[in-house]
Write a protein that binds this ligand. Sequence first.
Ligand code: 5MM
Length: 334
Amino acid sequence: MTTILPTERPTLAETARQLTGGGRGILAADESIRTMSARLAAEGIEASETTRRDYRELLLTPKGLAESVSGIILCDETFGQRLADGRPFPAASRELGVLPGIKVDTGTSPLPGGDGALITEGLDGLGGRLASYAERGAAFAKWRAVFDVRTITTYSARANGHALARYAALCQRHGLVPVVEPEVLADGGHDLESSAYATRLALGWVFEELDQAGVDLAGIVLKPNFVTPGLRAAPAAAAEVAAATFEVLCDTVPAGVPGIAFLSGGHPTADVCAYLTDLSRAVTSRGRPWQVTFSFGRALVSGPLRTWAGEPSNTAAAQERLVANCAKAARATR
Ligand code: 5MM
Protein backbone atom coordinates (compact mmCIF):
# COMPACT_ATOMS: atom_id res chain seq x y z
CA MET A 1 0.00 0.00 0.00
CA THR A 2 1.25 3.51 -0.78
CA THR A 3 2.21 5.43 2.37
CA ILE A 4 0.64 8.88 2.52
CA LEU A 5 3.04 11.45 3.93
CA PRO A 6 1.44 14.08 6.20
CA THR A 7 2.10 16.85 3.66
CA GLU A 8 0.39 14.88 0.86
CA ARG A 9 -2.70 14.10 2.93
CA PRO A 10 -5.82 15.76 1.51
CA THR A 11 -7.38 18.43 3.71
CA LEU A 12 -10.71 17.77 5.42
CA ALA A 13 -12.38 20.14 2.98
CA GLU A 14 -10.91 18.27 -0.01
CA THR A 15 -12.09 14.93 1.38
CA ALA A 16 -15.58 16.28 2.11
CA ARG A 17 -15.84 17.55 -1.47
CA GLN A 18 -14.48 14.29 -2.86
CA LEU A 19 -17.10 12.32 -0.91
CA THR A 20 -20.04 14.39 -2.12
CA GLY A 21 -19.00 15.67 -5.55
CA GLY A 22 -18.17 14.39 -9.01
CA GLY A 23 -21.57 12.74 -9.42
CA ARG A 24 -20.75 10.08 -6.83
CA GLY A 25 -22.13 9.25 -3.38
CA ILE A 26 -21.60 7.12 -0.29
CA LEU A 27 -22.62 3.50 0.26
CA ALA A 28 -23.78 2.97 3.87
CA ALA A 29 -22.77 -0.58 4.78
CA ASP A 30 -22.26 0.01 8.50
CA GLU A 31 -25.13 -1.93 10.06
CA SER A 32 -24.23 -2.98 13.60
CA ILE A 33 -23.65 -6.70 14.18
CA ARG A 34 -27.18 -6.93 15.57
CA THR A 35 -28.91 -5.18 12.64
CA MET A 36 -26.82 -7.01 10.03
CA SER A 37 -27.48 -10.36 11.65
CA ALA A 38 -31.24 -9.66 11.65
CA ARG A 39 -31.13 -8.66 7.97
CA LEU A 40 -29.26 -11.83 7.03
CA ALA A 41 -31.64 -13.97 9.07
CA ALA A 42 -34.63 -12.29 7.38
CA GLU A 43 -33.27 -13.57 4.04
CA GLY A 44 -32.75 -17.07 5.43
CA ILE A 45 -28.97 -16.67 5.69
CA GLU A 46 -27.22 -17.92 8.82
CA ALA A 47 -25.74 -14.87 10.57
CA SER A 48 -22.09 -15.26 11.55
CA GLU A 49 -18.84 -13.30 11.44
CA THR A 50 -18.09 -15.11 8.19
CA THR A 51 -21.39 -14.45 6.41
CA ARG A 52 -21.32 -10.79 7.48
CA ARG A 53 -17.76 -10.57 6.05
CA ASP A 54 -18.70 -12.37 2.82
CA TYR A 55 -21.64 -10.03 2.30
CA ARG A 56 -19.52 -6.90 2.88
CA GLU A 57 -16.88 -8.22 0.44
CA LEU A 58 -19.65 -8.63 -2.12
CA LEU A 59 -20.64 -4.98 -1.58
CA LEU A 60 -17.12 -3.56 -1.84
CA THR A 61 -15.71 -5.47 -4.79
CA PRO A 62 -18.03 -5.16 -7.83
CA LYS A 63 -16.27 -3.96 -10.97
CA GLY A 64 -17.12 -0.33 -11.69
CA LEU A 65 -18.43 0.50 -8.20
CA ALA A 66 -16.09 3.49 -7.86
CA GLU A 67 -17.68 5.15 -10.90
CA SER A 68 -20.71 5.99 -8.75
CA VAL A 69 -19.48 5.42 -5.18
CA SER A 70 -16.97 7.78 -3.52
CA GLY A 71 -16.97 6.26 -0.05
CA ILE A 72 -18.20 3.29 1.94
CA ILE A 73 -19.19 3.37 5.62
CA LEU A 74 -18.11 0.28 7.54
CA CYS A 75 -18.78 -0.87 11.09
CA ASP A 76 -15.98 -1.80 13.48
CA GLU A 77 -16.26 -5.53 12.75
CA THR A 78 -15.83 -5.12 8.96
CA PHE A 79 -13.14 -2.46 9.39
CA GLY A 80 -10.98 -5.06 11.14
CA GLN A 81 -11.70 -7.88 8.67
CA ARG A 82 -9.87 -8.92 5.48
CA LEU A 83 -11.03 -9.74 1.97
CA ALA A 84 -10.62 -13.34 0.79
CA ASP A 85 -7.33 -12.27 -0.86
CA GLY A 86 -5.96 -11.15 2.53
CA ARG A 87 -6.20 -7.37 2.09
CA PRO A 88 -7.72 -5.48 5.06
CA PHE A 89 -11.05 -3.85 4.11
CA PRO A 90 -9.84 -0.23 4.54
CA ALA A 91 -6.74 -0.75 2.36
CA ALA A 92 -8.67 -2.66 -0.32
CA SER A 93 -11.31 0.05 -0.35
CA ARG A 94 -8.72 2.77 -1.05
CA GLU A 95 -7.15 0.62 -3.78
CA LEU A 96 -10.58 0.26 -5.41
CA GLY A 97 -11.01 4.07 -5.45
CA VAL A 98 -13.57 4.18 -2.63
CA LEU A 99 -12.71 6.09 0.58
CA PRO A 100 -13.25 3.98 3.71
CA GLY A 101 -15.33 5.42 6.56
CA ILE A 102 -16.18 4.09 9.99
CA LYS A 103 -19.34 4.29 12.10
CA VAL A 104 -18.20 5.37 15.57
CA ASP A 105 -21.39 5.83 17.56
CA THR A 106 -22.34 2.91 19.76
CA GLY A 107 -26.10 3.12 19.33
CA THR A 108 -28.94 4.81 21.15
CA SER A 109 -30.43 4.69 24.65
CA PRO A 110 -33.40 6.53 26.21
CA LEU A 111 -32.57 10.18 26.87
CA PRO A 112 -33.04 10.79 30.62
CA GLY A 113 -35.88 13.30 31.00
CA GLY A 114 -36.56 13.05 27.28
CA ASP A 115 -40.07 11.53 27.43
CA GLY A 116 -39.29 8.68 25.07
CA ALA A 117 -36.67 10.49 22.94
CA LEU A 118 -33.30 8.80 22.30
CA ILE A 119 -29.71 9.93 22.78
CA THR A 120 -26.82 8.49 20.78
CA GLU A 121 -23.96 7.09 22.84
CA GLY A 122 -20.25 6.61 22.15
CA LEU A 123 -18.34 9.69 23.31
CA ASP A 124 -16.42 7.88 26.08
CA GLY A 125 -12.99 6.92 24.77
CA LEU A 126 -13.87 8.25 21.30
CA GLY A 127 -10.57 10.12 20.85
CA GLY A 128 -8.53 6.91 21.21
CA ARG A 129 -10.79 5.02 18.81
CA LEU A 130 -10.62 7.81 16.20
CA ALA A 131 -6.82 7.87 16.41
CA SER A 132 -6.74 4.11 15.80
CA TYR A 133 -9.16 4.24 12.84
CA ALA A 134 -7.24 7.14 11.27
CA GLU A 135 -3.98 5.22 11.69
CA ARG A 136 -5.58 2.19 10.02
CA GLY A 137 -6.68 4.16 6.96
CA ALA A 138 -10.11 5.67 7.64
CA ALA A 139 -10.83 8.88 5.72
CA PHE A 140 -14.06 9.75 7.45
CA ALA A 141 -16.37 8.77 10.30
CA LYS A 142 -20.12 8.66 10.90
CA TRP A 143 -22.37 9.31 13.92
CA ARG A 144 -26.15 8.97 13.71
CA ALA A 145 -28.67 10.72 15.97
CA VAL A 146 -32.20 9.34 15.78
CA PHE A 147 -35.41 11.37 16.14
CA ASP A 148 -39.05 10.36 16.05
CA VAL A 149 -41.60 13.02 15.05
CA ARG A 150 -43.72 12.00 18.08
CA THR A 151 -41.00 12.54 20.69
CA ILE A 152 -38.64 15.21 19.35
CA THR A 153 -38.35 18.29 21.55
CA THR A 154 -35.96 21.21 21.75
CA TYR A 155 -34.22 19.36 24.57
CA SER A 156 -33.67 16.13 22.59
CA ALA A 157 -32.62 18.06 19.46
CA ARG A 158 -30.15 20.08 21.50
CA ALA A 159 -28.76 17.09 23.45
CA ASN A 160 -28.19 15.07 20.27
CA GLY A 161 -26.85 18.14 18.46
CA HIS A 162 -24.37 18.59 21.31
CA ALA A 163 -23.18 14.97 21.05
CA LEU A 164 -22.84 15.30 17.26
CA ALA A 165 -20.83 18.49 17.73
CA ARG A 166 -18.44 16.91 20.25
CA TYR A 167 -17.99 13.94 17.90
CA ALA A 168 -17.43 16.21 14.89
CA ALA A 169 -14.88 18.41 16.66
CA LEU A 170 -12.96 15.33 17.82
CA CYS A 171 -13.01 13.79 14.31
CA GLN A 172 -11.51 16.92 12.82
CA ARG A 173 -8.79 16.92 15.48
CA HIS A 174 -7.87 13.40 14.33
CA GLY A 175 -7.92 14.27 10.60
CA LEU A 176 -11.22 12.51 9.85
CA VAL A 177 -14.17 14.11 8.06
CA PRO A 178 -17.23 13.77 10.31
CA VAL A 179 -20.42 12.66 8.58
CA VAL A 180 -23.06 14.32 10.73
CA GLU A 181 -26.29 12.31 10.59
CA PRO A 182 -29.40 13.62 12.34
CA GLU A 183 -32.10 11.20 11.15
CA VAL A 184 -35.79 11.93 11.58
CA LEU A 185 -37.27 8.46 11.17
CA ALA A 186 -39.79 7.89 8.39
CA ASP A 187 -41.45 5.07 10.35
CA GLY A 188 -45.08 5.82 11.13
CA GLY A 189 -48.13 7.43 9.62
CA HIS A 190 -47.25 11.11 10.09
CA ASP A 191 -47.71 13.81 7.45
CA LEU A 192 -45.08 15.74 5.53
CA GLU A 193 -45.50 18.83 7.73
CA SER A 194 -44.57 16.84 10.86
CA SER A 195 -41.40 15.62 9.14
CA ALA A 196 -40.57 19.18 8.07
CA TYR A 197 -41.08 20.48 11.61
CA ALA A 198 -38.92 17.77 13.19
CA THR A 199 -36.18 18.04 10.55
CA ARG A 200 -36.03 21.82 10.94
CA LEU A 201 -35.78 21.53 14.73
CA ALA A 202 -33.07 18.86 14.55
CA LEU A 203 -30.95 20.61 11.92
CA GLY A 204 -31.32 23.99 13.60
CA TRP A 205 -29.87 22.70 16.86
CA VAL A 206 -27.20 20.60 15.16
CA PHE A 207 -25.76 23.67 13.43
CA GLU A 208 -26.05 25.79 16.59
CA GLU A 209 -24.03 23.17 18.50
CA LEU A 210 -21.48 22.67 15.66
CA ASP A 211 -20.90 26.42 15.76
CA GLN A 212 -20.47 26.44 19.55
CA ALA A 213 -17.94 23.58 19.28
CA GLY A 214 -15.90 25.46 16.65
CA VAL A 215 -16.35 22.76 14.00
CA ASP A 216 -15.02 23.77 10.58
CA LEU A 217 -18.11 23.40 8.37
CA ALA A 218 -15.96 23.12 5.23
CA GLY A 219 -14.71 19.79 6.59
CA ILE A 220 -17.99 18.01 7.34
CA VAL A 221 -20.62 16.10 5.37
CA LEU A 222 -24.26 16.46 6.46
CA LYS A 223 -26.36 13.29 6.21
CA PRO A 224 -30.03 14.19 6.71
CA ASN A 225 -33.34 12.54 5.82
CA PHE A 226 -35.58 13.73 3.01
CA VAL A 227 -38.67 15.53 4.31
CA THR A 228 -41.42 12.98 3.58
CA PRO A 229 -44.67 11.70 5.02
CA GLY A 230 -44.23 8.57 7.16
CA LEU A 231 -43.91 5.21 5.43
CA ARG A 232 -47.43 4.24 6.57
CA ALA A 233 -49.01 7.47 5.25
CA ALA A 234 -50.03 8.25 1.67
CA PRO A 235 -46.80 9.06 -0.23
CA ALA A 236 -46.10 12.57 -1.54
CA ALA A 237 -44.95 13.34 -5.08
CA ALA A 238 -41.19 13.67 -5.57
CA ALA A 239 -41.59 17.35 -6.44
CA GLU A 240 -43.37 17.97 -3.14
CA VAL A 241 -40.71 16.10 -1.12
CA ALA A 242 -37.91 17.97 -2.91
CA ALA A 243 -39.59 21.35 -2.35
CA ALA A 244 -40.18 20.69 1.37
CA THR A 245 -36.64 19.35 1.85
CA PHE A 246 -35.13 22.29 -0.06
CA GLU A 247 -37.02 24.79 2.09
CA VAL A 248 -35.83 23.21 5.36
CA LEU A 249 -32.23 23.02 4.10
CA CYS A 250 -32.27 26.67 3.01
CA ASP A 251 -33.51 27.71 6.47
CA THR A 252 -31.02 25.65 8.48
CA VAL A 253 -27.86 24.62 6.58
CA PRO A 254 -25.12 27.26 6.29
CA ALA A 255 -23.58 27.95 2.90
CA GLY A 256 -20.20 26.82 4.26
CA VAL A 257 -21.27 23.16 4.26
CA PRO A 258 -19.77 21.63 1.10
CA GLY A 259 -21.90 18.53 0.75
CA ILE A 260 -25.18 16.96 1.80
CA ALA A 261 -25.52 13.17 1.41
CA PHE A 262 -29.04 11.87 2.08
CA LEU A 263 -30.03 8.68 3.88
CA SER A 264 -32.83 6.60 2.31
CA GLY A 265 -34.85 5.95 5.47
CA GLY A 266 -36.60 2.80 4.26
CA HIS A 267 -38.05 4.41 1.12
CA PRO A 268 -37.86 2.41 -2.13
CA THR A 269 -34.87 2.94 -4.44
CA ALA A 270 -36.93 4.53 -7.21
CA ASP A 271 -38.53 7.01 -4.79
CA VAL A 272 -35.31 8.24 -3.17
CA CYS A 273 -33.68 8.57 -6.60
CA ALA A 274 -36.64 10.67 -7.76
CA TYR A 275 -36.38 12.86 -4.61
CA LEU A 276 -32.66 13.34 -5.25
CA THR A 277 -33.17 14.20 -8.93
CA ASP A 278 -35.69 16.93 -8.12
CA LEU A 279 -33.70 18.25 -5.19
CA SER A 280 -30.45 18.42 -7.21
CA ARG A 281 -32.30 20.45 -9.84
CA ALA A 282 -33.62 22.87 -7.20
CA VAL A 283 -30.19 23.30 -5.60
CA THR A 284 -28.56 24.01 -8.98
CA SER A 285 -31.29 26.22 -10.44
CA ARG A 286 -31.74 28.24 -7.23
CA GLY A 287 -27.98 28.72 -6.83
CA ARG A 288 -27.39 26.99 -3.47
CA PRO A 289 -23.72 26.16 -2.90
CA TRP A 290 -24.01 22.59 -1.59
CA GLN A 291 -23.18 19.43 -3.48
CA VAL A 292 -26.11 17.06 -2.92
CA THR A 293 -25.79 13.31 -3.21
CA PHE A 294 -26.70 10.01 -1.56
CA SER A 295 -25.47 8.07 1.44
CA PHE A 296 -28.08 5.35 1.09
CA GLY A 297 -28.06 2.01 2.88
CA ARG A 298 -31.22 -0.01 2.36
CA ALA A 299 -32.15 1.64 -0.95
CA LEU A 300 -28.90 0.32 -2.44
CA VAL A 301 -28.37 -3.00 -0.69
CA SER A 302 -31.76 -4.58 0.08
CA GLY A 303 -32.24 -5.94 -3.46
CA PRO A 304 -28.68 -7.28 -3.81
CA LEU A 305 -28.90 -8.99 -0.40
CA ARG A 306 -32.08 -10.76 -1.50
CA THR A 307 -30.45 -11.80 -4.80
CA TRP A 308 -27.34 -13.11 -3.03
CA ALA A 309 -29.25 -15.17 -0.43
CA GLY A 310 -25.91 -16.43 0.96
CA GLU A 311 -25.13 -18.44 -2.21
CA PRO A 312 -21.68 -17.85 -3.76
CA SER A 313 -23.16 -18.69 -7.18
CA ASN A 314 -25.42 -15.60 -6.84
CA THR A 315 -22.59 -13.16 -6.05
CA ALA A 316 -22.16 -11.84 -9.61
CA ALA A 317 -25.91 -11.22 -10.03
CA ALA A 318 -26.11 -9.48 -6.64
CA GLN A 319 -23.12 -7.26 -7.52
CA GLU A 320 -24.69 -6.37 -10.85
CA ARG A 321 -27.83 -5.29 -9.02
CA LEU A 322 -25.82 -3.21 -6.55
CA VAL A 323 -23.88 -1.42 -9.29
CA ALA A 324 -27.15 -0.68 -11.12
CA ASN A 325 -28.68 0.82 -7.95
CA CYS A 326 -25.57 2.93 -7.26
CA ALA A 327 -25.45 4.12 -10.89
CA LYS A 328 -29.11 5.12 -10.71
CA ALA A 329 -28.52 7.08 -7.48
CA ALA A 330 -25.42 8.72 -8.98
CA ARG A 331 -27.37 9.77 -12.09
CA ALA A 332 -29.89 11.44 -9.79
CA THR A 333 -27.16 13.82 -8.59
CA ARG A 334 -26.00 14.90 -12.03
C1 5MM B 1 -26.60 0.97 7.44
O1 5MM B 1 -27.28 1.23 8.67
C2 5MM B 1 -26.66 2.21 9.50
C3 5MM B 1 -26.40 1.71 10.89
O2 5MM B 1 -27.55 1.18 11.48
P1 5MM B 1 -27.50 0.51 12.96
O3 5MM B 1 -26.36 1.08 13.72
O4 5MM B 1 -28.84 0.89 13.51
O5 5MM B 1 -27.35 -0.96 12.76
C4 5MM B 1 -27.48 3.51 9.48
O6 5MM B 1 -26.93 4.50 10.28
C5 5MM B 1 -27.50 4.00 8.06
O7 5MM B 1 -26.19 4.38 7.69
C6 5MM B 1 -28.41 5.18 7.86
O8 5MM B 1 -29.59 5.08 8.61
C7 5MM B 1 -28.78 5.27 6.40
O9 5MM B 1 -29.34 4.04 5.99
P2 5MM B 1 -30.68 4.04 5.15
O10 5MM B 1 -31.03 2.58 5.01
O11 5MM B 1 -31.70 4.80 5.94
O12 5MM B 1 -30.35 4.71 3.84
